[in-house]
Design a protein around this ligand. Structure first.
Ligand code: AMP
Ligand code: ZN
Length: 293
């Protein structure tokens, strides 16, 4: 089944969403902000692009070179451009080779914008930040729910080695209960990131052994469960890279992500393609009005 409210475009994994789909996204956003976080969460709006040099320093390029979307632009003058156009018209020459790589790349995960906000700081106590962004990943397949452009709301916790895993466990439990309250059946599974090439051999085994990544998976109607939310515990990785201290030690971090389109697709798989006809308890929980029409 292809959800009618996720309208395909001429490129795979890039969809246009109709207003019914988007109303559910709005309901999820409000509901997440309402339940997931104490009042002291710091909320930000972050852009869909980020420093290429930053992602290189963080190791993203080494781990996921195949997923990263780079941006290019033409930097020459008008004369050069005219020459390129003439060559294009004459012999179909390719203008792409005249493009220069930009200092920004497409944002692959929302949380990369958040750690730098506290770089070099000594925290008096644990801190929670949240943001949502359009993310881009150059996915190699495009089954339902595997988009290249999708929205990821994330919550980042920065704290002591005691605090952060405890927060992660609580988040997993609360989020599971929240999904069940929306009528979704979810499984909670230890997972690994889709590291590329040699990085997979080096990074996936410790990630699995130490149970650093957890996914909440639901069926999107394809018969195969996909992650609709996930939590990553980075231990002192980002705290060290960004020089964040707490209690005189390097801070630990975790991030928890909600894949908004995937959650809507999971809801559609269970309750049907028309949110107007979803059960009252689901519509009520999402602020869509409690009545079933
Ligand atoms: P990850 O960083 O891979 O754990 O992704 C965080 C969350 O974003 C996942 O739990 C999914 O809900 C969502 N997500 C990841 N990749 C995609 C994708 N290609 N299309 C749609 N949602 C995605
Ligand atoms: Zn993250």
């Amino acid at each position: 089944m292809l959800a009618a409210s996720l309208i395909p475009t001429e490129v795979a994994g890039v969809g246009v969403l109709n207003s019914a789909f988007e109303a559910v996204v709005g309901g999820l956003r409000a509901s997440v902000l309402g339940f997931a976080e104490p009042e002291d969460v710091r909320a930000f709006h972050v852009p869909p692009v980020i420093s290429r040099a930053l992602l290189e320093r963080l190791g993203y390029v080494d781990a996921f070179p195949n997923l990263l979307g780079t941006l290019h632009t033409f930097v020459g003058d008008n004369r050069r451009w005219r020459a390129i156009q003439a060559a294009r018209l004459a012999d179909g020459a390719d203008w792409h080779s005249e493009q220069t790589i930009s200092d920004v790349v497409a944002l692959p995960a929302t949380c990369y914008h958040l750690y730098p906000l506290v770089a070099g700081r000594t925290l008096a106590g644990p801190m929670t930040m949240t943001a949502e962004a359009s993310c881009y990943r150059h996915e190699g397949s495009s089954e339902l729910g595997r988009l290249r452009s999708f929205r990821m709301r994330e919550v980042v916790r920065i704290g002591s080695p005691d605090d952060v895993p405890r927060w992660r466990d609580e988040w997993l439990a609360r989020t599971r209960t929240w999904f069940e309250g929306l009528g979704l059946k979810v499984s909670v599974e230890a997972a690994t990131d889709p590291f590329f090439g040699d990085a997979a051999r080096m990074m996936a085994p410790p990630q699995r052994q130490e149970e650093l990544k957890w996914e909440l998976r639901a069926d999107l109607g394809t018969g195969q469960a996909q992650a609709i939310a996930s939590a990553n515990y980075h231990k002192d990785h980002f705290g060290g890279l960004f020089g964040i201290l707490i209690d005189g030690d390097v801070a630990h971090t975790a991030c928890a992500a909600y894949g908004l389109e995937r959650i809507v697709l999971a809801l559609i798989a269970v309750h049907g393609d028309s949110p107007a006809r979803w059960p009252a308890f689901v519509r009520g929980a999402l602020g869509l009005g409690g009545t079933t029409r």
